[in-house]
Design a protein around this ligand. Structure first.
Ligand code: HEM
Length: 432
């Protein structure tokens, strides 16, 4: 097909188009998308493993990423090799497993505040709420924002992220065509955000208790590069914008999908409620993994060949892009029995395989927020199960809407909820 037709098909009907191509060409094929050149899509786990573990000098993920111009040239998502490694090491500590428990209470509170205004007994979309919860969670937990700065960032970030997502793949729009062009408006939004971030950075630098703080901002303000120079404000800002953008929309869409899936699987929903009441979480964690398998919000982890690269018996010329397709690997019947079936039990007491379950990408570029996102989804779902009865539905599944970078349910995850009538805790037997 001509590039223009392929491009339209990949934007408008991404998943059916991918499935069609895999049926026709197998687990490795090339698509041509306007502005991107040849894009080799890979879904076989052995090839996925090879690419994820390739040397970072041979396959880049940053400097040719469409997100680099959107998030800034210093963004972790836009750099490679030694610089990437240095920044990744610096940013990782707040995302390590042992830190997660410390964030749970805060996220529970954020969730309860948000859902206090949910309407009952009428249908509404959960997407907006999920966005507010996940953005606030990043801002408060990961970079300790409060007060006016928190308020302004909460106001500015959602629209900025949405504009950025649309512009990321529409590279032809990334130029200033007058003050009201999408790119000019996007840059104005970024300047406003940068001004708030500069204030936050200045406040952190002046904080007498900076050394005791362990949030990302405090770490970056105190960090030095390997040559001993401190991180400049524009470097810190790009990383903060990256965390906010990469961290909130993805998690929010995934939570909206969770609601969409669970209302269509009342048996799983009922078991989750019982489990939550009993203080367990095994099925809930498995459910989160199954939602991510069946509805991955990021379809590809991308790499770029810096030299001719041999993969699956072919030589990919220098300059070829490679896309590791969660949206295909997760639906491979050789890897997952009846892959279209939503079945959380497949992950109960069994962690998914590193190279066939890849919603967070992999290797040295695996999402640094993966543990945080999992913990956050777990807490939000638990609170929802404790607070509400979700009315099941036999309405058709919501469609996939590609929003430039991530994919979301096309109706935002419609829900009908009512407050749960709580059963009193069992007391001592009453004698009559
Ligand atoms: C369900 C939620 C999320 C999903 C599905 C997701 C997915 C991804 C994917 C697919 C990648 C690319 C990995 C690769 O190229 O191999 C990535 C990278 C990244 N994610 Fe996430 N993410 C989520 C949540 C978060 C959160 C909460 C944060 C931060 C607070 C975050 C920050 C990042 C960053 C900074 C990178 C770049 C890592 C690097 O290049 O070294 N993400 N994410």
């Amino acid at each position: 097909m001509p590039t223009a037709v392929q491009t339209v098909a990949m934007v408008a009907r991404q998943r059916p188009q991918l499935e069609r191509l895999r049926r026709r060409y197998g687990p490795m094929f090339t698509v041509r998308i306007a502005g991107f050149g040849p894009f080799v899509i890979v879904s076989d786990p052995a090839l996925v493993k090879q690419v994820f573990t390739a040397p970072p000098t041979v396959l880049h993920a940053g400097d040719h990423s469409p997100l680099r111009t959107i998030l800034g040239r210093h963004s972790l998502l836009g750099i490679d090799e030694d610089r990437h490694l240095e920044q990744r090491r610096l940013l990782l500590p707040p995302f390590k497993g042992q830190r997660m428990q410390g964030y749970e209470e805060l996220i529970e509170q954020i969730t309860r505040d948000e859902i206090a205004s949910w309407p009952t007994d009428r249908e509404f979309s959960v997407a907006g709420s999920m966005q507010r919860i996940t953005l606030r969670a990043i801002l408060r937990a990961i970079f300790g924002a409060t007060g006016e700065e928190l308020r302004v960032l909460e106001e500015l970030m959602p629209a900025h992220t949405e504009q950025g997502s649309r512009l990321a793949t529409a590279t032809y729009l990334q130029r200033d065509l007058g003050p009201w062009s999408p790119w000019a408006r996007f840059l104005r939004g970024r300047a406003e955000i940068d001004a708030v971030l500069d204030r936050l950075i200045a406040m952190a630098k002046a904080d007498p208790e900076l050394e005791e703080r362990s949030d990302v901002l405090a770490l970056m303000v105190q960090a030095t590069h390997t040559d001993g120079t401190p991180m400049a404000n524009d470097e810190i800002r790009d990383q903060l914008v990256t965390m906010m953008a990469a961290g909130h929309e993805t998690t929010a869409h995934q939570l909206s999908w969770a609601v969409e899936r669970l209302r269509r699987h009342p048996d799983v929903l009922a078991r989750l409620v019982v489990e939550a009441d009993e203080g367990g979480k095994t099925l809930r964690e498995a459910t989160i993994r199954e939602v991510q398998r069946t509805r991955p919000v990021i379809f590809f982890a991308g790499r770029y060949c810096m030299e001719d690269y041999e993969l699956g018996g072919h030589v990919l010329p220098r300059g070829t892009r490679v896309g590791l397709a969660a949206a295909l690997t997760h639906f491979d019947p050789d890897l997952f029995d009846e892959p279209d079936r939503f079945d959380p039990d497949r992950f109960v007491d069994r962690l998914p395989d590193t190279y066939s379950w890849i919603p967070f990408g992999g290797g040295m570029r695996r999402c640094i927020g993966a543990t945080f996102a999992h913990m956050e989804m777990d807490v939000v779902l638990r609170v929802l199960l404790e607070e509400f009865d979700f009315a099941p539905t036999d309405a058709p599944a919501e469609g996939w809407r590609f929003r430039g970078v991530a994919t979301a349910p096309d109706r935002g995850g419609r829900a009908v909820v009512s407050h749960r009538v709580r059963r009193p805790a069992p007391g001592p037997p009453v004698l009559v």
